[in-house]
Design a binder for this molecule. Structure first.
Ligand SMILES: *Cc1c(COP(=O)(O)O)cnc(C)c1O
Length: 465
C-alpha cells in the first residue's frame, strides 16, 4: 500500500472526526454565509503527483475552494426550487458514503431492502396505492425519463411492437400532449428517441393559468382517432405552481387510450398538507409519477423517486440480464429498473429524514414554506415598485417590477438582491413578462428570513421606479 494511503488507513477515525469538525463549522455558519458567489473560481491546478493525504486534501479544499461554495442549502436561497438537507439526511448521506453499498442488487446486503422500505414510505406519503412500485434515481429529469421510457414501451404494447428490441423508430411518430411541461420533458423525449418536436402543447385554462384546459386536451385526444398517446400532466409548475386537474385528466382514460405521466417534482409535496392535498387529488391514477426528493424533502443531491404501475414494462426496458448479474425474476433487482447498473444507496438520507421527523415533521416544513411564500406575496403586493404576476398558490412567488419590467431591469433587481448577500432569486419569463421567482423549499427558512428577503427587495434600487 502507498505509504500515504496506509497512513490515512491507520488514522481513519481521526480523519473522519476532522471532516466532521470542518463540516460542523461550515453548516453552523450557513445562515450568515452569502447566498451566492460571483467571483471567478480558481484557475484549474495540475494533477497532483505525490498526494497530500486526506488531511492535506481537506486543508487545500478549505483554503482554495470552500470559500466560493454558495449558501444554496441555507434559508434565503430562493432560486429555482432548491431545498437544503435536514440534519438526519446529512447523517444518512455520510453513512451512504461510509458503507459504500452497491444497490444494483440484493446479494449479500440488506441495503436494497432498505431502499424498498423507503420507497414504500414515500408511496404512502404521496398518497399512492400498492399498485405503484418505485425506485430511487438521481433527480426529477431521470425520473421523468424512466416514466416516459415505460410509456414508450406501453405504446409498443398497444401497437404490437417490442420497442426495447426494435427501437423507438418502430413506433412511428409518437403523440405527447401536455399543458405546461417542464423543460425536462423535452429533454427526456430527446434521450428516448421520441424527439423533442413530438411534444405538443395543449391550450391552458384562461386567466393566466398554467393548468391544462381539460376540454382542449379531450379534443386533442379525440383527434387522434384511437391512436394511443402519452399525456404528461403537471402537478406544480415552476413559475406559478399551477396544477392540472389530475382527476379530470385521469377520467379521460375511460374514453381515450393514453399513458398518463405526472410530473409532481415538488408539487407532490402538496399531499403532505391537508389544506393543499386536493391539488394532487387523482395522482394515484397516473401510470407513472415523478417526485424530486432533493427539493422539498430536503435531502442532499442527488435524489428523486420514480413510480409506475407497470413494472413488467419497466423491466422490459431496463433489464440488464447477464449470467454474472442474474436474470430479473420475482422481485426484480434495481439494476433491472433504472438506467444505472451500479448505484449508491441514495435511499438512506431519505430513510433517515423520514425516521427522524416522520410525516408530521415533513408536513411542518411544507406548511411553513407555503406560509412564508404567502407572506412574501402579501409584502410584495403592498410595495409600490413591484407587482405579483400570479396568486401564490403554494411555495413560489412570481412577481415583477411595477413599471417598465424589461429583462435588463428585472435582471438588475435580481443582481442587486444577490449582491446584498441577503437572498438569491432566479429570473423567468411569465406570460411574456420578464419576472423573478422566490421559491420556498428549505427546512431552515423562518419568518425572520422572509422579512429579510422582503427588505432586500424593498431597498433594491430598481424597486423605486
Ligand atoms: C426541478 C424540476 C424538474 C427537474 O428536476 P431535476 O431534479 O433538476 O432533474 C422537473 N420538473 C419540475 C416540475 C421541476 O420543478
Amino acid at each position: 500500500m502507498h505509504p500515504t494511503l496506509a497512513g490515512d488507513l491507520s488514522r481513519l477515525p481521526e480523519l473522519l472526526q476532522r471532516a466532521r469538525d470542518f463540516a460542523a463549522r461550515e453548516v453552523s455558519g450557513l445562515g450568515d454565509r452569502p447566498v451566492s458567489h460571483r467571483d471567478p473560481a480558481p484557475v484549474p491546478a495540475g494533477l497532483p503527483g505525490e498526494g497530500a493525504g486526506a488531511e492535506g486534501a481537506l486543508a487545500r479544499f478549505a483554503e482554495a475552494w470552500a470559500p466560493g461554495f454558495s449558501g444554496s442549502a441555507g434559508p434565503r436561497y430562493l432560486g429555482f426550487v432548491t431545498g437544503g438537507a435536514t440534519p438526519a439526511s446529512v447523517t444518512g448521506d455520510w453513512l451512504t458514503a461510509a458503507y459504500d453499498q452497491n444497490v444494483s442488487g440484493s446479494a449479500g446486503s440488506w441495503a436494497a431492502a432498505l431502499e424498498r422500505e423507503t420507497v414504500a414510505w414515500l408511496r404512502e406519503l404521496f398518497g399512492l396505492g400498492d399498485a405503484h412500485s418505485g425506485a430511487f434515481v438521481t433527480g426529477a429529469t431521470v425520473s421523468t425519463t424512466v416514466g416516459l421510457a415505460v410509456a414508450r414501451e406501453w405504446l409498443g404494447e398497444r401497437l404490437g411492437v417490442d420497442v426495447s428490441r426494435e427501437g423507438a423508430a418502430a413506433l412511428g411518430p409518437v403523440e405527447v400532449l401536455s399543458g405546461s411541461p417542464h423543460s425536462s420533458v423535452s429533454k427526456a423525449l430527446s434521450v428516448l428517441g421520441v424527439g423533442r418536436d413530438r411534444l405538443r402543447r395543449v391550450p391552458l385554462l384562461p386567466g393566466g393559468r398554467e393548468a391544462v384546459d381539460v376540454d382542449a386536451l379531450e379534443s386533442a385526444l379525440a383527434a387522434l382517432d384511437g391512436r394511443p398517446a402519452i399525456v404528461v400532466a403537471n402537478a406544480g409548475t415552476v413559475d406559478t405552481v399551477d396544477f392540472d386537474d389530475l382527476r379530470a385528466v385521469a377520467a379521460l382514460k375511460e374514453r381515450y387510450d393514453f399513458w398518463l405521466h405526472v410530473d409532481a417534482a415538488f408539487g407532490g409535496f402538496a399531499a403532505l398538507s391537508p389544506a393543499h392535498a386536493h391539488l394532487v387529488d387523482g395522482l394515484d391514477a397516473a401510470d407513472s409519477v415523478c417526485v424530486d426528493l432533493h427539493k422539498w424533502l430536503n435531502v442532499p443531491y442527488d435524489a428523486a423517486v420514480q413510480f409506475t404501475r407497470r413494472r413488467d414494462l419497466q423491466v422490459r426496458v431496463f433489464h440488464n440480464a447477464s449470467p454474472y448479474l442474474g436474470a430479473p425474476t420475482g422481485e426484480p433487482d434495481f439494476l433491472h429498473l433504472t438506467p444505472e447498473n451500479s448505484r449508491r444507496l441514495r435511499a438512506l438520507p431519505a430513510w433517515f429524514s423520514l425516521v427522524a421527523y416522520g410525516r408530521a415533521g415533513h408536513r411542518e416544513i411544507v406548511e411553513r414554506n407555503v406560509e412564508l411564500a404567502v407572506r412574501l406575496g402579501e409584502g410584495i403586493a403592498a410595495l409600490d415598485g413591484l407587482r405579483l404576476l400570479a396568486p401564490v398558490r403554494l411555495n413560489v412567488v412570481c412577481f415583477t417590477l411595477a413599471d417598465d419590467p424589461t429583462a435588463a431591469r428585472v435582471a438588475a433587481l435580481a443582481d442587486a438582491v444577490a449582491a446584498s448577500g441577503e437572498a438569491f432569486l432566479t429570473p423567468t419569463v411569465y406570460g411574456g413578462v420578464p419576472a423573478l421567482r422566490a421559491a420556498f423549499s428549505n427546512w431552515r427558512t423562518t419568518r425572520a428570513d422572509g422579512e429579510r428577503v422582503l427588505r432586500a427587495l424593498a431597498s433594491a434600487p430598481g424597486t423605486h421606479g
